[in-house]
Write a protein that binds this ligand. Structure first.
Ligand code: TXA
Ligand code: MG
Length: 318
């Protein structure tokens, strides 16, 4: 098992040696390595068992730090970074030559940058002379980790150190936005809502379903899978169809009086639901249930991003 601690110096030293460290962010835990060191980046793909066609996000301490790696920063991107960084937004920018290895970006001419909003990780990034490539710290295709323990459960035998920043406050991955001829496109719905982005830069195209050749592999239909089959629908109907004694229930706000249920937010808050989502999906693993019955949230705010995760989780055949 990996060591879990709050020693930033130790994390920085390991990263400088080309080792991997799990880092906390406000969205989910990341599996970090030096983005400019090919061997470190290759280790990230190996540890996650991630296909090489899936590019990594590069984490920086501020927008300024992206400048030497990109050709230009569109005005709208700059505005978004000013308002929402540090925060749960990844901005895809046109890449300049080969300073950032092609392995990081899976050969794409663009690179996704994120400035995470977590005190420990910001201190770490400010200490380092290089940015951090960091995908979510889970095996490829599985639910993202929102606590140090989640990381240790799945990757503990493959990495030596987990920087402990507590439970993630947002709980779902960052929203990913890019620009084609100045037109904004969202590639992944996430911790920053579409509404908040549109309030700043106007209409945004949402392009999160690209089946065969994904621009952003988070777009793959079967992603974010918990270990059990997840069935989406109206919970009252589903409970008539499936046996209550062997079905887990994941409801938004309603109490179904089952020993095998998780209520995402009894008060009906999508923010609270996002924070609990991945943790609760993992809880069903330890329950004596065969399937998970779940319902969608209202399709507004973070509800969109949660529904996206639930739909992808339900698309997996286990
Ligand atoms: O919240 C987050 O974004 C977390 C934390 C650790 O920062 N990271 C994360 O990374 O979710 P990952 O690797 O699990 O998901 C990154 C997604 C992938 O779906 C990838 O395809 C997409 O970002 N991506 C990376 N670079 C891209 C690019 N240049 N263009 C389009 N999509 C890109
Ligand atoms: Mg991921």
């Amino acid at each position: 098992m990996a060591e879990i601690g709050t020693d930033i110096e130790k994390a920085a030293a390991l990263l400088a040696q080309g080792e991997l460290v799990a880092i906390p962010t406000e969205t989910v835990y990341g599996l970090a390595g030096n983005a400019l060191n090919i061997d470190a980046v290759a280790k990230i793909f190996a540890v996650k068992n991630r296909p090489a066609f899936d590019p990594l996000i590069v984490h920086v301490p501020a927008l300024q730090a992206t400048k030497k790696f990109v050709q230009e920063i569109p005005k709208k991107a700059e505005r978004l970074a000013q308002l929402f960084w540090p925060g749960p937004l990844t901005i895809v920018l046109p890449k300049k030559d080969e300073i950032i290895p092609a392995l990081v970006t899976a050969g794409l001419p663009s690179v996704g940058f994120r400035c995470p909003d977590h005190a420990l990780t910001r201190t770490l990034l400010n200490k380092l002379a290089f940015p951090l490539a960091a995908p979510s710290a889970n095996p490829f295709g599985y639910v993202s980790p929102t606590s140090p323990q989640h990381v240790n459960d799945q990757l503990g035998d493959k990495i030596s150190y987990i920087l402990d920043g507590g439970v993630c406050t947002i709980g779902i991955e960052s929203t990913i936005i890019g620009f084609v001829a100045e037109n904004p496109i969202i590639y992944r719905l996430g911790g920053l809502s579409l509404e908040r982005i549109e309030a700043v830069i106007g209409n945004v195209e949402v392009m999160t379903h690209s089946s065969s050749n994904p621009v952003s592999p988070g777009q793959l239909k079967s992603h974010y899978a918990p270990g059990k089959k997840l069935i989406l629908g109206n919970l009252i109907d589903l409970l008539q169809k499936y046996p209550a004694h062997s079905s887990g229930i994941l409801s938004f706000e309603k109490d179904y009086n089952s020993p095998y249920q998780r209520i995402l937010s009894p008060g009906g808050s999508a923010e609270e639901a996002a924070k609990n989502l991945f943790h609760y999906l993992r809880d069903f693993e330890a329950m004596p249930v065969d399937i998970i019955l779940a319902e969608l949230l209202p399709e507004v705010g973070l509800g969109r991003a949660i529904n996206d995760r639930l739909k992808r989780a339900s698309a997996v055949d286990i």
